[in-house]
Design a protein around this ligand. Structure first.
Ligand SMILES: *Cc1c(COP(=O)(O)O)cnc(C)c1O
Length: 218
């Protein structure tokens, strides 16, 4: 596959869902990919990327942005509080806000800097013990809390459990967003982005279908 094929499939799924083509944003997930593959996607003009580790992203994106210009960077992996400062300095959007302590830290950093990345709250739609994200039953109050401390909350993000039909998880996320007046829905990966778009995704996070399989980090 590759970027061109994926953007074509995204457009087709968006139109099939009766939505306008600008309503879905492609986040190219470049974690662990060899640099030459990332550069090839930059050279083809794409400017929106996702990374799941702060340190890895900090090692690669400042130089790439010097060379290719500003890129819209999304953090899609868990964020430890002690890496929050590095994260707000690098990322335009943090999609993995999942607990009050992190919200407080991000709000404090935003105040200090006079600027904040936009945020999505990650919801653990499958209530999986090993997975990050707030529980669905805690989402309404955490959304209210995040708004109350002034963070620019754009939407919700989920990673459905492996090996399950993702669609009920996409619907649950969309329901929570709708009842809280949130328009952003970050859901859908290489294997299910078309189903996510049908369920209302505004941001799809696609890695291996664009760049090829990841070789696991050592
Ligand atoms: C790695 C990752 C993706 C991309 O996964 P692919 O299956 O390669 O498309 C999407 N979202 C998150 C949170 C990820 O960690």
């Amino acid at each position: 596959m590759g970027l061109h094929e994926i953007t074509g499939r995204i457009s087709a799924a968006t139109l099939a869902a009766g939505r306008t083509s600008a309503s879905v944003r492609l986040i190219a997930v470049s974690k662990v990919q060899p640099l030459e593959r990332v550069i090839a996607v930059l050279e083809s003009g794409h400017r929106c990327f996702g990374e799941n580790r702060v340190q890895e992203a900090a090692g690669k994106w400042p130089a790439l942005q010097d060379r290719f210009g500003k890129v819209d960077l999304h953090l899609i992996g868990p964020l430890q509080t002690n890496k929050a400062r590095a994260a707000v300095e690098l990322f335009d959007c943090i999609q993995t806000l999942d607990r009050p302590k992190l919200a407080e830290t991000l709000a404090r950093l935003a105040q200090e800097r006079g600027a904040s990345p936009s945020v999505f709250i990650q919801v653990n739609t499958g209530a999986e013990p090993q997975k990050a994200g707030c529980l669905p039953e805690d989402a309404d109050s955490f959304i209210a809390q995040t708004r109350a401390i002034g963070l620019p909350l754009l939407g919700l993000m989920c990673i459905p459990p492996d090996g399950q039909d993702p669609v009920p998880h996409f619907r649950l996320l969309a329901d929570i967003a709708a009842r809280n007046g949130l328009s952003g829905l970050s859901m859908g990966m290489s294997g299910d982005f078309e189903a996510a778009i049908a369920a209302g995704a505004t941001h799809v996070r696609v890695g291996s279908a664009i760049f090829g399989e990841r070789t696991p980090a050592p």
